[in-house]
Design a protein around this ligand. Structure first.
Ligand code: V47
Ligand code: SF4
Length: 365
């Protein structure tokens, strides 16, 4: 198979006409050419500072408006430090901090939090704040994206997660998340982060009212920016879940559609090294299946610390896997489990560690 880039028209054609076994085989070929059997995961935990949010995305089951904040939660810096400290002595390498856009939690609050985290545990990688949160934070503080990102970076922020991208095309964005940062704003924040030497991830919320053409448009914008900066680590498709939100009438995509999307994404985003399936959203078995459709990363152990999907109807009501369970899941799919850090440096290859050792050693449980 040649390494020639596929065009937007060809991408569209794959979605519309190609059979799942055909795109799956091509995507698997690319995945194995890049990574062989290696399947990455990391040991991380999430902190969700608040679910109070000034925005009203139609797909969001998680947020509460400020006026209804008594129904939501809002953690103080001390409470978040308490969570950080509860991982003392545990071999986690990353904290993922992401939440709603609270009107009162400002740049200074988060600068102070970054500093406290780094003072307590300097080696913990902080992946934090979607471009949506950052855009609001910087506009409120009256600083440019570059100034704001530099301030956070100096305080300890290491990289950006990929959330808030949803669907870039205005035809769809207007209908699902009209009031938050638009495509250009999202891309500009990521581009600025890349120029400051920070890496970031990119997501796409798919399987709702968007058409194939919008998915291709979304991936095309990401591919262009990646050509320019090379700063994206991984692409993470996020399957729309329809429980308890304003889009509950929209049916969820089928597993066949899900696998096809992963496969086309692997083929289209030829300049992204990694394709990640976020298992708390897909469920464990479907996450295993993605490993045959281009995916080479299953995110992390998570540790029951995220609510965004359980509230939107994921099968995973309390997403948590021990390292031993995650390794077993990858081995069952006949792949090679490799623990990585946030930037994909290999920490440990688990291929040759026996199942009993994994199950009995407290380091893995
Ligand atoms: O932007 C919200 C999505 C995202 C729903 O960078 C929903 O490593 C499906 O971006 N159905 C936030 N999806 C989470 C996110 C993320 C998750 C894991 C890893 C990384 C990373 C980033 O969650 C939002 C939105 O696209 N989301 N509601 C829903 N009902
Ligand atoms: Fe707020 Fe994010 Fe939910 Fe949109 S998806 S309402 S920005 S928490």
């Amino acid at each position: 198979m040649s390494k020639e880039r596929i065009s937007e028209q060809e991408g569209l054609l794959l979605f519309e006409k190609a059979s799942l076994p055909y795109v799956g085989a091509l995507a698997n070929f690319v995945r194995e050419r890049l990574h062989g059997n290696k399947t990455y995961f990391n040991r991380n935990f999430h902190i969700e500072p608040t679910n109070v949010c000034v925005f009203s995305c139609a797909f969001c089951a998680y947020s509460r408006l400020y006026a209804h904040r008594e129904e939501g939660w809002e953690l103080s810096a001390d409470q978040m430090m308490h969570i950080i400290k509860s991982y003392d002595g545990k071999p986690v390498t990353e904290v993922h901090i992401v939440g709603g856009v609270h009107p009162k939690l400002n740049l200074l609050f988060f600068v102070d939090l970054m500093k406290q985290i780094k003072a307590h545990r300097p080696d913990l990688h902080i992946k934090g704040y979607t471009a949506v949160e950052l855009d609001y934070m910087f506009r409120k503080a009256k600083v440019s994206n570059e100034q704001g990102l530099k301030i956070l970076q100096e305080a300890g922020l290491d990289s950006l997660p990929g959330g808030g991208a949803e669907i870039f095309h205005p035809e769809i964005r207007q209908q699902i998340s009209a009031d938050k940062v638009d495509a250009d704003g999202w891309l500009e924040i990521h581009e600025t982060a890349h120029t400051l030497g920070m890496h970031s991830n990119a997501t796409m919320l798919y399987g709702h009212i968007e058409k194939y053409v919008h998915r291709i448009d979304h991936m095309e914008r990401l591919r262009k920016l990646q050509d320019k900066t090379g700063g994206f680590n991984t692409f993470i498709p996020l399957k729309f879940r329809n429980k308890d939100n304003d889009m509950s009438h929209v049916p969820e995509s089928t597993v066949v559609e899900d696998m096809k999307l992963y496969a086309v994404a692997r083929l289209y985003l030829d300049n992204f090294a990694h394709l990640k399936a976020y298992w708390p959203m897909l469920g464990r078995q479907n996450a295993q299946l993605t490993l045959s459709f281009g995916v080479n990363d299953l995110d992390g152990t998570i540790d029951d610390s995220t609510k965004i999907y359980s509230m939107a109807g994921s099968e995973e009501q309390h997403p948590s896997l021990t390292t031993a369970q995650l390794v077993a899941l990858i081995k069952q799919a006949k792949r090679e489990p490799v623990e990585r850090d946030t930037l994909y440096h290999e920490i440990k290859n688990y291929s040759d560690i026996a199942e009993v050792e994994m199950e009995t050693n407290p380091l893995y449980n």
